[in-house]
Design a protein around this ligand. Structure first.
Ligand code: TYD
Ligand code: MG
Length: 456
């Protein structure tokens, strides 16, 4: 029998780097002051276990021999979630749903349980709430099937027994930070606990072909606590984000072994739980001011879906030697760069001006295609001339002021058409590739000077 020895180990709370001594800065992720001591039991290597999903007889398999019958994806009842998952739940996958506390992770997963419970065996395990509290939440959400099984516990060993007995098809673990395994000496939520419990859940998921959703809270730095450790173990990582003050929530795929990662799903938090937002562009453009300078609609691709957003800019004379610049919802460095390009190539003297750029609605967008939108909003505010409200623009802006091509030109134009826009400024090189431009005026531009000419 292998003998266990208790040793003290230091873990980086940010990336899980392991060290035998405390360090000020983590060599793994360069985070300062992130090391925490944990007591772990080191077992000397025993018998090697079979890998998750592997087989005991050491038999190899040909691709043609693999049976795909059981591997059909399961629809969650939320199209937005299915899209982010790459077309539905893959049986036997391990999905991490991360997000700030209070953003709506438990609500989303309880709603998924409700949608699935009629047709599938679903087990919702909570280490955070009592059964009564879950019922209170469920009553807000609506009618639940009596087939849904609930279990409140934090011990992984007991949870494993319940899963073995109930043999569910989908399991929700809310949250990984509250779970503990008796084999690990340290406290729940510590790196070694989170790592060990996730590894066990991975074996359960692959071994028994159950889909496991793990809820993980994010710390203030924006990583799931204990956690980048977790990201490489699981199949899919979804982040649930949103402005606390706004009602909509965005589910973003960060990693996906079974689909593309750029997809987003948009939800709105309402009195009775989360509702899907089928047309996010319309939602984002709600409340756009009429005839105001410094406001323009740009188009960004989020995965396979074009989303129209309003970009706002306010340029005003600076009272200080160093002008103030801020960017909300996009990269400040990018805004500074675009202002320099506007000054040098667009002929606007912005160096003595404060500038504030905002993507309306609180959504974050970093696609280069919104460059032209930022440039147009800044120029419009500087000139105090409004841009045609029924015009959208997109394109990447280069350092010589050229407007460069971006992908999916047609999808963006079609989205603008669908929402009733009448003209579109886009890179001239992309115009030839457009296939359907009926009912919308297409304005191809080579550089930002030409684009700015359309203001007013
Ligand atoms: P919750 O799912 O508990 O967040 P998490 O699990 O990510 O910590 O979400 C709680 C928030 O959602 C809370 O502020 C109340 C709000 N909420 C609604 O607005 N409507 C509802 O129907 C529900 C259930 C919650
Ligand atoms: Mg919760």
């Amino acid at each position: 029998m292998a003998k266990a020895k208790k040793v003290s180990v230091y873990f980086c709370q940010s990336c899980g780097y392991e060290s035998s001594k405390w360090m000020g800065q983590c060599p793994g992720c360069r985070e300062w002051n992130s090391f925490v001591e944990e007591i772990v039991e080191k077992k000397s290597a025993g018998k090697v276990k079979s890998a998750p999903g592997g087989n005991e007889e050491l038999k190899t398999t040909k691709i043609s021999e693999i049976d795909m019958q059981a591997k059909e994806r399961l629809q969650t009842g939320f199209q937005e979630l299915d899209r982010v998952l790459g077309g539905g739940i893959v049986p036997g996958s391990l999905v991490l749903v991360g997000g700030d506390p209070g953003i709506g992770k438990s609500t989303l997963l309880l709603q998924v349980c409700r949608n699935l419970a009629d047709a599938k065996e679903v087990l919702y395990i909570s280490g955070e709430e009592s059964l009564q509290q879950i019922k209170m939440r469920a009553q807000r959400i609506g009618q639940f099937s009596d087939k849904l099984q609930l279990f409140c516990d934090t011990s992984l060993e007991r949870i494993e027994q319940v899963i073995n007995r109930e043999k569910p098809q989908v399991v929700i673990i809310d949250s990984i930070q509250t779970m503990y395994s008796e084999d690990v000496g340290s406290a729940p939520g510590s790196v070694s606990q989170v790592r060990e419990t996730t590894a066990r859940l991975l074996q359960i998921a692959k071994g028994m072909d159950v889909t496991v959703f793990i809820v993980g809270h994010v710390t203030k730095e924006g990583v799931v606590a204990g956690p980048r450790v977790l990201e490489h173990m699981v199949d899919t990582v979804l982040y649930f984000e949103g402005d606390r003050h706004a009602s909509y929530r965005i589910l973003r795929g960060v990693k996906n072994r079974f689909g593309s990662t750029n997809e987003i799903g948009v939800f709105e938090m309402q009195e009775a739980g989360l509702q899907e937002v089928e047309n996010p562009s319309e939602f984002m453009l709600n409340g756009k001011p009429q005839g105001a300078s410094g406001s323009v609609v740009a188009c960004s691709m989020e995965g396979t879906r074009p989303i129209l957003v309003e970009i706002q800019a306010l340029v005003c004379h600076s009272n200080f030697g160093i002008p103030r610049r801020t960017a909300a919802g996009t990269d400040l460095n990018r805004v500074n760069l675009l202002m320099a390009v506007l000054e040098k190539r667009g002929g606007l003297s912005l160096s003595g001006s404060d500038a504030y750029v905002n993507i309306a609605g609180g959504i974050r967008m970093n696609e280069p295609a919104i460059d032209l939108g930022i440039v147009m909003a800044l120029a419009s505010s500087f000139k105090e001339k409004a841009i045609d409200e029924r015009m959208i623009c997109y394109g990447e802006v280069g350092l010589s002021g050229e407007v460069r091509a971006v992908n999916m030109a047609q999808q963006r134009v079609s989205e603008a058409k669908k929402l009733g826009f009448s003209s579109c400024i886009l890179p001239k090189v992309s115009v030839a590739g457009l296939t359907d431009t009926k009912g919308i005026k297409i304005i191809g531009v080579d550089n930002i000077r030409e684009a700015i000419g359309w203001i007013g």
